[in-house]
Ligand binder design. Structure first.
Ligand SMILES: [Fe+2]
Length: 390
């Protein structure tokens, strides 16, 4: 899978980030752990040199895991020394900003590790569970950890359409806390009055779309999406299996719809948010439902409404908005300028946060982004409507 990376690579890359963007610039006598790692674990930073192509990261059978963990130790120890020396000297500022960026970067990769593990396990005919539901330890960890199910998912309840007045609204990050460069500058946008669904589209909602021929009706689809759906024979979200599907280790075909997730192959929970949709599928569903996707600005403004449910912790939510710079966008300084800005073409914005997002990582102003055909993210949707269509 050309877009996914092995866990071992994520572990090494997040340490490489601290090494190349913090230790090398700030520690004159820093000794790199091993020649070649800079090539292996650079992701996409042109300013920092050539790199292993992403589609071939899965071929890196060496270094083995033990050496990757030793690399992480090496970097961690050098970081600890740098931070102690810096704290003693009282010099912070730009160094503090880069370390903070490295921590948030690592949090992003924590989610990507789960995303990519799920894809790899789904490609394994034995369909191993990342965290089986049966084990008591897993149940305890679930109650507290980042994979805890969203409390009382209200997916089964009828949608409530929250009326939003629109008008001139301030969008983007404000305040002293951390934000990525793509979340600013804060600026004003003009919104027409609209309505937004209080909850995410559920698996039951999406099954109705499938049953109504959603994947067979080109009128519901954008041209690019229809072509992609036909090319890959999409019939359901990624990781869904229909009744009658035959799977290894089960004597009988499945009797009902199943979904493959971090807990393995499970019967679909009709109340749970649908996930693992491309933007094209989300848009086709919205068309079928007589609605549309919200813009990222409508989404962000609606987070002020206390009636809005499942803002984060369930699924990333595709929006109608292209991933563009805000007016006055100023990239991070140095090599980190490549973090976000250079991807601002051909991608769509997702808002919110998923069950795999580390707690506290996202904000109402947070902008995730993927190409419209990407399906392996924990991505679903929330509907919106124009007020004039009511
Ligand atoms: Fe990265």
């Amino acid at each position: 899978m050309p877009d996914a990376s092995p866990t071992k690579w994520h572990l090494a890359h997040t340490s490489w980030f601290f090494e190349s963007l913090v230790l090398v610039p700030w520690v004159p006598d820093y000794r790199r752990f091993r020649p070649g790692f800079d090539y292996l674990f650079n992701s996409y930073y042109e300013q920092l040199g050539p790199r292993q192509p992403r589609p071939q990261r899965g071929l890196l059978s060496r270094p083995a895991q033990a050496e990757v963990l030793a690399y992480r130790d090496h970097v961690d120890q050098a970081m600890a020394r740098l931070l102690q020396a810096t704290a003693a000297s009282g010099a912070v500022g730009e160094l503090q900003r880069m370390v903070t960026l490295g921590i948030h970067h690592e949090q992003q990769h924590q989610e990507l590790m789960l995303t990519d593990i799920l894809h790899a396990f789904a490609a394994n005919p034995l369909r191993p569970a990342y965290r089986p539901l049966a084990s008591p330890a897993a149940t305890m960890a679930l109650a507290a950890g980042p994979l805890a199910p969203a409390a009382a998912a209200p997916g089964a309840a009828p949608v409530r359409w929250l009326r939003q007045p629109g008008g001139i609204r301030a969008i983007g990050h404000e305040g002293a806390g951390f934000a990525f460069d793509n979340e600013g500058p804060r600026h004003e946008v003009l919104l027409q009055p609209y309505r937004i669904a209080d909850r995410l589209v559920s698996c039951a909602d999406y099954l109705a779309f499938i049953a109504d021929g959603g994947y067979r009706r080109p009128a519901l689809w954008h041209a690019d999406g229809w072509a992609l759906a036909r090319q890959h024979d999409w019939q359901a979200p990624l990781y869904w299996l229909p009744p009658g599907a035959v799977v290894l280790e089960r004597a009988e075909p499945l009797e009902q719809w199943h979904g493959f997730g971090l807990h393995g192959l499970q019967p679909l929970d009709p109340a749970a948010p649908v996930m693992h949709l491309s933007w094209y599928e989300a848009a086709a569903f919205a068309e079928w439902a007589g609605a549309r996707l919200p813009t990222e600005f409508e989404w962000e403004a609606a987070t002020q409404d206390p009636g809005l449910q499942q803002v984060t912790g369930s699924a990333w939510q595709w929006t109608r908005s292209s991933y563009d710079p805000y007016p006055g966008f100023l990239p991070f300084a140095g090599p980190a300028a490549e973090y976000n800005g250079k991807f601002m073409v051909g991608q769509l914005v997702l808002r919110g946060g998923s069950l795999a997002t580390p707690a506290g990582h996202t904000r109402p102003s947070y902008r995730n982004f993927f190409p419209p055909g990407a399906r392996w993210q924990f991505a679903g949707l929330r509907l919106a409507r124009d007020e004039s269509h009511e």
